[in-house]
Ligand binder design. Structure first.
Ligand SMILES: Nc1ncnc2c1ncn2[C@@H]1O[C@H](COP(=O)(O)OP(=O)(O)O)[C@@H](O)[C@H]1O
Ligand SMILES: [Mg+2]
Length: 237
C-alpha cells in the first residue's frame, strides 16, 4: 500500500479543557475519497479542525505527507497542501463571485480562476453577482472554489451538501468526482447525507464519542443497514 497522505494516530483533541476526540486514528491514502459519518456531536468537525490546526491537540500525532503537523499554524498547514471547506460556507457576501475568487488567489496565477469556473460553470454565469444573491448551492460551490484556489492536495469538506436540494447535491458531488479525477485531489468528506456520501466515497468511517466505531469500504457500509441504524440512526432505503 502507498504511504498515507494523512495519518492520525491516537489523537486526543478539543477546545481548551474540553476533550472531543478520544484516541482517533485513521489514515487516508493519496487520491482516496474518505467519508466520515456519525451522529451530531461525535466530533466530525473537530476531527477536521484538528487536522487544520483549529482545535487543540492534547495527545497523539497528526502527519501529512510524512510530516508531523504539531506546532504548525493553520496557514502553514494550508501552504503544505491542506484545504478546509468549513460547514459555515466562508464567502464574502458583499463581494461578487469574481471578487471572492480573486481574494482567494494569493500567489496563484489568474488561470486558477478559470479552472474553478470550468469545474463550476454556474459560478462563471454568476461571476458579477454578489455573494449574498447566490443560492445556497452556489454559495457552497463558491466556498469550495475558493479553497481549491489554494491548490490543496487534500481537501476537507465539512457537510458540503447540508440544506441543499437533491439536484444541487448531485451537481456538487459530480464536481467533486471530477475534481478528484482531473486534479488527483484526495478528499475527506464529512456528511449527514449518508447515502450520497457513501455513493461518492471509496472508504468510510463512522465516529462515535470522538473515535472510530466502524471502518469499511463505502459500498459495503452503504449496504450495511444494521450498522448504519446502530451508529448513525438513519432510516435506510
Ligand atoms: N469551539 C468549541 N468549543 C467548545 N466545544 C465545542 C466547540 N466546537 C464543538 N464543541 C463541542 O465538541 C463536540 C463535538 O462537536 P463537533 O466536532 O462539532 O461534532 P460534529 O461535527 O460531529 O457534529 C460537541 O459536544 C460540541 O458541543
Ligand atoms: Mg459538524
Amino acid at each position: 500500500m502507498a504511504a498515507p497522505l494523512l495519518e492520525l494516530h491516537d489523537v486526543v483533541a478539543g477546545y481548551g479543557p474540553i476533550t472531543v476526540l478520544n484516541g482517533l486514528s485513521f489514515s487516508v491514502a493519496p487520491k482516496e475519497k474518505l467519508a466520515i459519518i456519525g451522529r451530531n456531536g461525535v466530533g466530525k468537525t473537530t476531527a477536521l479542525a484538528a487536522v487544520m490546526g483549529l482545535a487543540e491537540l492534547h495527545g497523539g500525532r497528526i502527519a501529512f505527507d510524512g510530516e508531523d503537523l504539531a506546532g504548525l499554524a493553520p496557514h502553514q498547514r494550508a501552504a503544505r497542501g491542506l484545504g478546509l471547506v468549513p460547514q459555515t460556507r466562508d464567502i464574502f457576501p458583499s463581494l461578487t463571485v469574481e471578487e471572492n475568487l480573486v481574494a482567494g488567489l494569493k500567489r496563484r496565477p489568474r488561470r486558477a480562476i478559470d479552472e474553478a469556473y470550468a469545474l463550476f460553470p454556474r459560478l462563471a454565469e454568476r461571476r458579477r453577482n454578489g455573494g449574498a444573491q447566490l443560492s445556497g448551492g452556489e454559495q457552497q460551490m463558491l466556498s469550495v472554489a475558493r479553497t481549491l484556489l489554494g491548490a490543496p492536495r487534500l481537501l476537507l469538506l465539512d457537510e458540503p451538501l447540508e440544506g441543499l436540494a437533491p439536484l444541487i447535491r448531485q451537481e456538487l458531488l459530480a464536481a467533486f468526482a471530477r475534481m478528484s479525477r482531473e486534479h488527483g485531489i484526495t478528499v475527506v468528506i464529512v456528511e449527514q447525507q449518508v447515502q450520497e456520501a457513501l455513493g461518492y466515497a471509496d472508504r468510510a468511517l463512522v465516529l462515535e464519542r470522538g473515535a472510530v466505531a466502524h471502518e469499511s469500504s463505502a459500498p459495503a457500509l452503504r449496504e450495511d443497514t444494521a450498522t448504519l441504524e446502530r451508529l448513525v440512526g438513519v432510516a435506510v432505503h
